[in-house]
Structure formats: structure tokens, C-alpha cells
Design a protein. Structure first.
Length: 314
């Protein structure tokens, strides 16, 4: 019955609506610090649901068919942002088991041993054995770390305080916080270049996601161009092929990227770019601002119902 409703909300042809799902990590096991984070068992369930309800397509093919008005009913794509190593180690085998393709958007500056600023902060709080994290010397206050709930709240508060600062300041602050906490940080959170090449050889698609994952709206046009074009060129050289897909870091229109950012992306000859605005995309929508959405529900019925609601709101 749900499949019929999805077909009604997303018919074939010119009235089709493209659902694009966004993921970041797929952990081997549930994480007590982030209980809502996707993990292997749950991702396998989601892949099974998607395969039974939707026609899951490679993103480049779906974009072409959307523009041409030839999408099949219940068309959907799977995407991942950032380039975490668990995408290769955990998500890829599950996708292959279900016969599904996905597109992985890579922040190229973190490949081969790099670490994103938010992960520096998360792993600092996770690894700290102190009762309190004192960031007063950095103008960021003090935070209790005794309980799991306190650690979760500390991470959320500090990310909120740091997220929209300049890239260099974000990196500097989080590294200083790690120093204050005296925590040894991991250097194996992101994929290596050989793993990324193996991902492509396994039939997955690769897209650009800037070099350092900045808030593009806060950059000059020249700075945004360099971030985007450098990531595109790096991937094209590594993979030996053109890269025509892009995802805006964080991805909120008007907040994380601007109309000027879209113009930069257009000038760099991308076929499509993805935001994180909720909804499904229609034939006449701007291909450089396609929508993405992923239900957070853990049961089959609720997950499917929210996918349907997302289609109907488009």
C-alpha cells in the first residue's frame, strides 16, 4: 500500500519528483554518545526499505532524467557527505549487498589522515576523563563532563559557538581545546586516497565537497571558487575522470551558501549541486540547488510515511 502512495506522490515522467537521501557516517555499532547516528544494522534496514519502495538510481543518471522528464516513478538517490572511512568499510559492503549505488561527496583536504574540526571537538570530549572542560582561556566558558548527557550537551554547545567562525579559527580553537583536555586524537576517521579510488572502482559515484568544508557564504567569491575548484581538480586527477557533481557544505540555502556561491558552481561546469533543504526536486527546479532529506524514524512504517510526507510537501 505504501508503495502505491509513493507512486502517486512521485509518478513517472514530467511530474516526477526526485528524492535524494543524505547520510554522513555509518558506524559499525551504535554510539552511546550519538544514539541517533546511523550504524550498520540500521543502515542495512534502510537500504532494504529503499530498495523495496523506490527505484534507486545513480545520481548523475537521475539528474539527466529529471531534466528530460523521463524519471521512473518513485525515483531516489543515496548520497554521503564528507568522506568518512566508515563509508568505505561499513556502508559500501551494505550497499553492494542490496545492489544499490550511492554518491560520496568528499571534502578533499581531510583525506589521508585529516580530521574535521567538529570531530576534533567530539573526540576531545569523548576521550576526556576530567570532570570539567575549562575553556575559559579561550573565551568559551566551562563545561561539566561527568555524565554522558553532560558530554552530549557540551559538544552541542561548543559546536554552536564555533561553527560559523572563520575556518582557521575553528581549527585553531578545537585544537587548543584538545590541548587543554590533553586528549590523544584519532587520525583514521577519514578515507585514504586508495580507499576512495576503490570506492569508485566498486561502482560508486564521487562528487566534490570543497577542500576544507567551509561556510561558503562567509567567503569571497574568489575564496569560494578556490575551495570548490581545488576539490574538483584533486578528485579528477585522483580518479582520472571528470567530476560533475557537487554538494554545498552544511547546505542551508541563504545561510551556508548564497546565490553568488551558486553562480561560482555554475561557472565551474558542474551538472548538479545538492543542498540540505528538505523536500524532493521537480523537473523545473534549479539543478544546482537540488534538495535532500532523510527521515530519522527507526521503524519501517514511520520511515516510509515521512518519505511520503516529504514527497507531498515538494
Amino acid at each position: 500500500m505504501l508503495k502505491q502512495f509513493l507512486g502517486w506522490a512521485s509518478p513517472a515522467g514530467a511530474k516526477a519528483r526526485l528524492s535524494v537521501l543524505i547520510f554522513h557516517r555509518v558506524l559499525p555499532e551504535p554510539d552511546l554518545l550519538f544514539p541517533g547516528e546511523m550504524h550498520a544494522r540500521r543502515f542495512a534496514e534502510v537500504c532494504g526499505w529503499l530498495r523495496s519502495w523506490f527505484n534507486v538510481l545513480p545520481l548523475d543518471q537521475a539528474v539527466m532524467q529529471l531534466k528530460a522528464g523521463t524519471l521512473p516513478a518513485r525515483a531516489a538517490c543515496i548520497t554521503f557527505d564528507d568522506g568518512y572511512v566508515d563509508n568505505f568499510q561499513v556502508a559500501l559492503p551494505i550497499l553492494q549487498q542490496h545492489g544499490l549505488a550511492a554518491t560520496f561527496f568528499i571534502a578533499t583536504g581531510f583525506l589521508d589522515g585529516g580530521r574535521m574540526w567538529n570531530d576534533t571537538l567530539i573526540e576531545t570530549v569523548r576521550g576526556s576523563t576530567a570532570a570539567r572542560l575549562d575553556c575559559s582561556s579561550l573565551g568559551l566558558g566551562q563545561y561539566p563532563l561527568t555524565t554522558l548527557a553532560e558530554k552530549q550537551a557540551t559538544i552541542a554547545l561548543l559546536i554552536d559557538k564555533i561553527k560559523y567562525r572563520a575556518r582557521a579559527q575553528r581549527v585553531s580553537l578545537t585544537e587548543q581545546i584538545a590541548g587543554l583536555a590533553r586528549v590523544a586524537l584519532p587520525s583514521d576517521l577519514m578515507m585514504s586516497s586508495p580507499q576512495l579510488k576503490a570506492m569508485r572502482q566498486a561502482g560508486m559515484q564521487i562528487g566534490a565537497h570543497t577542500v576544507s568544508h567551509p561556510i561558503l557564504a562567509s567567503l569571497t567569491d574568489a575564496q569560494a571558487r578556490q575551495e570548490i575548484s581545488d576539490s574538483k581538480r584533486f578528485l579528477e586527477k585522483l580518479l582520472g575522470e571528470r567530476v560533475g557533481l557537487f554538494a554545498y557544505p552544511n547546505g542551508k540555502p541563504g545561510e551556508d551558501y548564497s546565490p553568488q556561491t551558486v553562480a561560482v558552481v555554475r561557472s565551474l561546469d558542474f551538472d548538479a549541486a545538492l543542498s540540505t533543504a528538505w523536500g524532493a526536486s521537480r523537473q523545473n527546479d534549479e539543478p544546482l540547488e537540488l534538495r535532500r532529506f532523510t527521515p530519522w524514524d527507526k521503524t519501517r512504517l514511520r520511515f516510509g510515511a515521512r518519505m511520503l510526507a516529504n514527497l507531498r510537501s515538494a
